[in-house]
Design a protein around this ligand. Structure first.
Ligand SMILES: C[S@@+](CC[C@H](N)C(=O)[O-])C[C@H]1O[C@@H](n2cnc3c(N)ncnc32)[C@H](O)[C@@H]1O
Length: 238
């Protein structure tokens, strides 16, 4: 294994961004740098850039999230962007959705250690928890899948008029172009690319926003698919 680099002291911007929750943000950075690396949840080479590239880059997503809404962070991994978002926003109700047990165990520990009462950890794949999770106002995701595939997993979890916020890098415009047809099939009525984190992160964080209308088509398609799968399973059993 590559030797883990040193966790640098928190940058000044982190104090401002995390405010009262700054001590918890430091604790989270330490947990990622220690248990996160030992348990293979984050690469050792990421440690020196944990603050800028991970915690702050994710926390600034808050600029795009409305007040008092429900959020599902799909493919949360070691808690990104869900945990930094929870640290800066007590008003949100956040579900961290992650299929791998090793990762949900870590997430549950982090949530308890940091006292994040507004965060729930759910183990599962987005396409499998559909129908068991309450539809949410906002789906967030970072580094989970290309936009068209991610949309197929994330958009069906949305309530009417909800939105998916995907943290993407330089590929945002390109991915959006390639995903247009898939997004429209899923009931996405408006898309945009925004930059967040002015004065905090350099380069700025790029976010693809995909908004659904009154009746997210994805929900209907996914429900139809789930029903077809149930029918075919019961036919096979007969
Ligand atoms: C590369 S990691 C990114 C983790 C985190 N979002 C980050 O930015 O560091 C992708 C994560 O997506 C999860 N994942 C993959 N397919 C998924 C699905 N269908 N539903 C939910 N999560 C999924 C994986 O288990 C993994 O933890």
């Amino acid at each position: 294994m590559t030797e883990a680099g040193e966790l640098p002291p928190a940058p000044e911007a982190a104090r401002e961004v995390f405010g009262e929750r700054f001590p918890e943000a430091v604790r989270y950075a330490e947990l990622l740098a220690d248990a996160g690396v030992r348990r293979g949840l984050i690469g050792p080479r990421e440690v020196p850039r944990l603050w800028e590239r991970h915690l702050l880059n994710c926390a600034v997503l808050s600029e795009a999230v409305a007040d008092d809404v429900t959020v599902c962070d799909v493919g949360s991994g070691a808690g990104l962007p869900g945990i930094p978002l929870a640290l800066v926003r007590d008003d949100l109700h956040i579900t961290l959705l992650e299929p791998l047990l090793r990762r949900t165990t870590f997430l549950q520990e982090v949530v308890e250690l940091l006292g994040l009462d507004h965060v729930t950890v759910v183990r599962g794949r987005a396409e499998e928890v559909l129908g068991t999770l309450q539809p949410v106002h906002v789906v967030t995701a970072r580094a989970v899948a290309p936009l068209d595939r991610l949309a197929g997993w994330g958009v069906p979890l949305l309530r009417p008029y909800g939105e998916m916020l995907a943290l993407k890098g330089d590929t945002a415009e390109e991915e959006l172009k390639n995903a247009r047809a898939a997004l429209s099939k899923l009931g996405v009525v408006k898309t945009s690319v925004l930059q967040v984190g002015e004065g905090v992160v350099e380069p700025l964080s790029t976010v693809v926003r995909a908004e659904v209308g009154e009746s997210p088509g994805g929900v209907r398609f996914a429900a139809k698919r789930a029903k077809a799968a149930r029918v075919s399973r019961s036919r096979r059993r007969r």
